[in-house]
Design a protein around this ligand. Structure first.
Ligand code: IMP
Length: 208
């Protein structure tokens, strides 16, 4: 099946193709003449995934899907959330994003320990976090949504060279290595995007 995937991120494209397998031929926005940046202004992952898929559909009328994903960190009150991609600045640079994440977390941990030293009751600071993905599919003009999460924690420093984005600092539950140290197939088997895209693939297979 040929389907447009609304992403210009080569890391995501590679992962999605590996997860969906040979039965799916993923087409990029550029290949259907969309070279401008696709707007992404929603307050939730679901709103953003739909906005991106709808943009492609409105311009081309083709079957398409988009994912919107991000990181929720407990000590940051669930942030950076929908701001994950540009957390370290508008250039979406992974190194700048990770640097900001680690420094914000260190600042919150420091604040919590000072508060405790003054006897102010403070919830225990944890480094627990999760990746969350919403996938919006538009098939024959109808909208469908698929979700996936991956629970884990944020490491204190980068390790590994695989994956993309925040992978060098994300340690999935049940592991003591980061996503960037897992083989790609290993990450896809447990990842937020893997879960959401496999659910979409199952749905599409059921459509015949
Ligand atoms: P999106 O492209 O708007 O979905 O933005 C997602 C943001 O979350 C980007 O900054 C990605 O780097 C980050 N992100 C999403 N999924 C992953 C992942 O599997 N590993 C690492 N970072 C991710």
């Amino acid at each position: 099946m040929k389907i447009v995937f609304a992403t210009n991120n080569p890391g995501k494209l590679r992962e999605a193709q590996a997860i969906l397998g040979d039965g799916f031929e993923l087409v990029t926005p550029a290949e259907v003449g969309i070279t401008e940046e696709i707007p992404e202004t929603g307050n939730t992952f679901r709103a953003n995934s739909l906005q991106k898929a709808q943009y492609i559909y409105d311009k081309t009328g083709l079957d398409c899907f988009a994912d919107d994903s991000g990181l929720e960190v407990d000590i940051l009150g669930g942030g950076p959330g929908v701001h994950t991609a540009r957390y370290g600045g508008p250039q979406r640079d992974p190194a700048a994003n990770i640097a900001k994440l680690l420094s914000e977390m260190a600042r919150r941990e420091q604040e919590a320990s000072v508060a405790r030293a003054y006897g102010i009751p403070t919830p225990k600071a944890t480094r627990k976090a999760r990746f969350r993905t919403s996938v919006a599919l538009i098939l024959h003009g109808e909208k469908h949504f698929f979700e996936g999460t991956m629970e884990g924690r944020i490491a204190r420093k980068c390790s590994g060279h695989g994956g993309f984005g925040y992978d060098p600092v994300f340690i999935p539950d049940g592991y003591d290595i980061t996503n960037a140290e897992l083989p790609e197939g290993g990450k896809n088997a447990i990842s937020h995007r893997g879960k959401a895209l496999r659910a979409m693939a199952e749905f599409l297979k059921g459509q015949g």
